[in-house]
Design a protein around this ligand. Structure first.
Ligand SMILES: Cc1ncc(COP(=O)(O)O)c(C=O)c1O
Length: 400
């Protein structure tokens, strides 16, 4: 069994301001996050006489130089580095998707990023990378998104999971532990973890932080020791409810292994999705801040409402609210008119769902309850509508 020791990635001299001003500066360019959001991954466009990024839908690329192609394939097989020169085949890499990867890595403050067909495909690739090294044991903290929990609990990819409280991480590590996985704020309870302390407890085992809910606008886990940053890009990165995608931001060493797994297993991102994600990133800071301001106000009103038993709203802010009602949560779902009763999150419009019925249905009910996902809990993904209209809809849906 191969055992690998990783140093915490520290190649970028990133300085984060997590104070909520949003002025995260991203080295090496030392530009603010808002600037990177609209420029990263697009630096070459003006020189080509282009403004919008081109969408390259080719599945294959003609070449009269098959010796050169053979060399590029050999190089990729050997180390997983992005092939130099013209692309070969779409499963190996796509220029439009690469732009999104470049931009997301810049926003998260990592060396690289590797995009996949969905968040679950991205997580699967991480697990496969570690499995291939004989490191099949995962230590994880609940709650996680329901399907992430299920993938680990069911051992569908041959992993074995130990669920722990954050304080139990160090003691749970074994020689074959390949990964520690956490979400903060967590889906669906919005529980927050001390990522810095957790990264420390992981020692040389890579920490994977699912940053889907916070986005790099609110928190950059790589700056405080997480080696792998996972996103369901289906959510805030795309931002309009019309793209399914996943991405892992990480150091180039891990990215190479992820690219090799992606090439061999095929969970690639479609170039049109890559284009939409790049476009989505450009408004990410504005969307997250505007939706967060709506959410903070709704959380305040919900907390003051006698029909609401409990409100969970993260200290770092964000556009997600979890709240428990005294009455029947199914009646609230049935009662909304402006708000869309649907799973998923991170879109421009507001969505509500009942985690025990949908997003976390696949988690055994006892585990769900132990993780704080009560049957009365509702999860609200707050969008960009006027806050008064949202409150009016919630008021009616909450009933008498
Ligand atoms: C926090 C989190 N991580 C991962 C996923 C999985 O992403 P996808 O649905 O894009 O596969 C989700 C989906 O809801 C999620 O909420």
């Amino acid at each position: 069994m191969e055992s690998v020791v990783y140093d915490t990635y520290d190649a970028y001299d990133a300085q984060s301001d997590l104070s909520g001003t949003g002025q995260v500066r991203v080295a090496p360019s030392a530009r603010a996050l808002a600037t990177e959001a609209v420029h990263a991954g697009r630096e070459d466009l003006a020189a080509q006489g282009l403004h919008a990024a081109p969408i390259d839908l080719s599945t294959t690329y003609p070449s009269y130089d098959s010796r050169g192609e053979a060399a590029r394939i050999d190089a990729f097989a050997a180390d997983g580095a992005e092939p130099e020169g013209p692309p070969v085949y779409a499963r190996l890499g796509n220029p439009t998707v690469a732009r999104f990867e470049t931009a997301l890595a810049r926003l998260e403050g990592t060396e690289s990023a590797v995009a996949f067909a969905s968040g679950m495909a991205a997580l699967s690739a991480v697990l496969l990378v570690r499995n291939a090294m004989g490191l099949r044991h995962v230590v994880a903290v609940r709650p996680l998104y329901g399907c992430s929990d299920h993938l680990l609990t069911a051992g569908l990819l041959g992993t074995e999971v130990t669920w722990v409280d954050p304080a139990g991480i160090a003691d749970a590590l074994r020689p074959d532990t390949g990964l520690v996985m956490v979400e903060s704020p967590a889906n669906p309870t919005l529980a927050e973890l001390d990522l810095r302390a957790i990264a420390h407890a992981c020692g040389s085992v890579p920490l994977l932080a699912d940053n889907t809910f916070a986005t790099p606008v609110l928190q950059r886990p790589a700056d405080i020791g997480a080696r792998l940053i996972l996103h369901s890009a289906t959510k805030y990165l795309g931002g309009h409810g019309d793209v399914m995608a996943g991405v892992v931001a990480c150091d180039e060493e891990f990215a190479r292994r992820l690219r090799q797994v992606r090439f061999a297993t095929g969970g690639v991102l479609h170039p049109l999705a890559g284009y939409l994600l790049l476009r989505g990133l450009s408004t990410l800071p504005v969307r997250v801040r505007a939706a967060s301001s709506n959410a903070a106000e709704l959380a305040r009103r919900l907390a003051a409402d006698p029909r609401v038993a409990r409100v969970h709203y993260p200290r770092i802010g964000g556009a997600m609210i979890a709240f428990e009602v005294h009455g029947d949560p199914h009646d609230v779902i049935a009662g909304v008119r402006l708000i869309t009763p649907a799973v998923s999150l991170g879109s421009v419009d507001t969505l509500i769902q009942h985690p025990a019925s949908i997003s976390h249905r696949i988690v055994p009910s006892q585990d769900r309850h132990d993780a704080g996902v009560s049957d009365h809990l509702l999860r609200l993904s707050v969008g960009l509508e006027d806050v008064e209209d949202l409150w009016e809809d919630l008021e009616v849906a909450l009933g008498a």
